[in-house]
Design a protein around this ligand. Structure first.
Ligand code: AVJ
Length: 314
């Protein structure tokens, strides 16, 4: 029997400890919707403070794009709400803008297109349904639509281990040309109770988001996870530093996926996500190592989040 890439990946991740499921698996239609709701939670400060940064500093962030033609590439666009703040500033300047949201979720792309068409109809929208790796290859081919501003907002970079983040950013640098810019959102280290609440909210949306991963495997792979028998756990790893998400078996059990049986001990965990937290030293380090020149660093009032603007030089 041939295994789908999804099944193969899941089986490999669960085969031996530490059991792992990739965080990219969160974003089916349901998971993307749940994440959208999370971004509106009072506890999930990331979206709120980054919106503040883009509202206050939007003008300065888009200024290097000039007033002619340009393309805004949005990696992991989500619903595109924060991006609107920048697109409006570009239009204010009289720029002719193409907007290229990149996402693996078609639902998220549809929402982003609708929002931009309704809010800023002068902007041409070109949706790209792709992984980041493929999006970089597409980027490299495109030399027609003016300088690029590549957005990697929301601390999506935090889902990558530092080494992976470095390779990704270095790959991004190689895909770009002099005059292009990137804006990368980094969630900064802050008091632990704030982080804990953000990744384990009172309403239980983050719990539902994490558990949806198992529900998805039940739906798409015919797995038989009992959703009552796993709980959401969010922990802090001061070493990385990072918040981490897990699904913990509340009792001993066996789960069958694609005819393979997986035995779980009570308390055994599946690792589902790391959300790295950064210092400003990390931010400067990533820029330098990837070969970018820092053009600006924008933070919110409380210093909880940083959007770093980096330039590509010849
Ligand atoms: C979309 C990766 C930035 O890590 O904060 C939200 C995803 N996970 N709540 C994050 C997420 C749990 C989010 N990122």
């Amino acid at each position: 029997m041939r295994r789908s890439p999804l099944l193969a990946g899941v089986l490999a991740g669960l085969a031996r400890p530490p059991r792992t499921l990739a965080s990219s698996l969160f974003y089916d239609a349901r998971g993307s919707q749940l994440f959208q709701w999370i971004t509106n939670l009072p506890e999930y400060y990331l979206t709120r403070v980054e919106r503040e940064i883009l509202t206050v500093h939007g003008e300065a962030i888009v200024a290097p794009m000039g007033r002619g033609r340009c393309t805004v590439v949005d990696l992991g666009a989500g619903d595109g709400h924060k991006t609107q703040l920048l697109l409006r500033r570009l239009l204010d300047r009289g720029a002719r803008v193409t907007y290229a949201p990149v996402d693996i979720s078609q639902a998220a792309l549809d929402v982003a297109r609708e929002r931009v068409s309704a809010d800023t109809p002068a902007i041409e929208v070109r949706t790209v349904r792709a992984t980041y790796a493929r999006a970089l290859r597409l980027l490299q081919g495109d030399r027609e639509s003016g300088p690029k501003l590549v957005l990697f907002l929301g601390s999506s970079v935090g889902n990558l281990e530092h080494q992976e983040a470095h390779s990704f950013l270095a790959g991004l640098r190689r895909a770009l040309r002099p005059g292009d810019h990137v804006l990368v959102g980094f969630d900064l280290v802050k008091p632990l109770p704030v982080l804990q609440r953000a990744y384990d909210d009172a309403q239980g949306l983050t719990r539902a988001f994490n558990l949806n991963l198992l529900a998805r495997l039940n739906r798409e792979l015919g797995a038989d996870f009992d959703l009552q028998a796993f709980r959401h756990v969010a922990t802090w790893d001061p070493g990385r530093p990072a918040m981490e998400s897990w699904l913990e078996a509340t009792r001993r059990q066996t789960v069958v996926i694609g005819r393979v049986a997986h035995h779980f001990a009570a308390g055994e965990r599946i690792h589902t996500e790391i959300s790295c937290k950064y210092t400003l030293e990390h931010v400067g380090g990533f820029a330098a190592e990837a070969g970018f020149v820092e053009a600006g660093r924008f933070t919110d009032r409380d210093g909880w989040f940083a959007d770093a603007l980096w330039r590509v030089e010849a």
